[in-house]
Design a protein around this ligand. Structure first.
Ligand code: PGA
Length: 261
């Protein structure tokens, strides 16, 4: 199963993950980063950008692949995932924009956009470390409950719950797009290391089901149980429904020093 790390709060968790990313970038300046949008990873991006600036390391060879994008949204819309990745990752970290990829949600090319994205990931040699958030319904990327655990990058219909969850970023629920293009669960599972982060009571059920429940397409993040290197970083509030929280804390405190995160 995944390694579960429970930190007292979101800031401590973000520090841990940002430190880990920074060390990986220092050792491999050609790292292929798997990026996520949503509010969860924003603190990690902010801390990582500060670390990069302070250190003057060369990040021009880093590559990035984001998980998903809305279909039919203008790239320049402030809530398009193109804009969000640009504003929170590419610009503050000083990455080469030509090396940072977001799935193409244009209606006209949507049929070929998935396979094209898969080809681009393969051409980069695969994703080294993929950061993930999770929806209250257990989705990863925009793979909603019922998504095939072997799925690849493709168009999906958003659930009502996800549209409601994301309506806080738009003026009204009606403005939230109905479709998205997302890396599939099979695509995500091919990244060499997965780091899923989740905070707060509202994600506690999704985390408990995904980590300690059965593997099921109805809790898409439960696929992580089959990944050889998955790390789940949560805060206390988000650990409230885990049966084995005390054990995970104990195991993290007693982990061998050669283990990374
Ligand atoms: P959030 O979204 O980080 O804004 O909570 C996560 C997700 O829906 O995958």
């Amino acid at each position: 199963m995944a390694e579960i790390i429970i930190k007292s709060n979101e800031n401590e968790a973000a520090e841990l993950v940002a430190d880990f990313f920074f060390k990986q970038i220092e050792t491999n300046p050609k790292l292929v980063l798997g990026l996520a949008t949503g509010s969860t990873p924003l603190k990690v991006y902010e801390l990582l950008a500060e670390k990069i600036k302070r250190s003057n390391i060369d990040v021009k060879s880093l590559q990035g692949f984001s998980l998903d994008e809305y279909v039919g949204i203008d790239f320049a819309h402030p809530e398009s995932y193109h804009s969000i990745i640009d504003n929170h990752v590419t610009k503050p970290m000083g990455l080469d924009p030509a090396k940072v990829n977001v799935p193409n949600g244009n209606y006209e090319t949507i049929i070929s956009a998935g396979p094209d994205y898969e080809k681009a990931i393969a051409a980069a040699g695969g994703i080294d470390i993929q950061i993930l958030g999770i929806g209250t319904d257990g989705h990863i990327g925009f793979n909603e409950p019922g998504s095939s655990l072997a799925s690849r990058t493709r168009i999906k219909t958003l659930t009502e719950q996800t549209r409601i969850d994301n309506s806080r970023f738009f003026n009204s629920l009606d403005e939230v797009p109905t479709h998205c293009i997302t890396q599939g669960i099979g695509t995500i599972m091919q990244a060499k290391h997965l780091i899923l982060m989740a905070f707060g009571e509202s994600k506690a059920e999704a985390i408990a089901q995904s980590v300690e429940g059965g593997i099921s397409s109805f809790w898409p993040a439960s696929a992580l149980q089959m990944h050889p290197r998955a790390t789940v970083v949560i805060d206390e509030a988000c650990s409230s429904k885990l049966k084995n929280a005390q054990y995970y804390k104990w195991a993290f405190e007693h982990k061998p020093t050669w283990q990374g995160l």
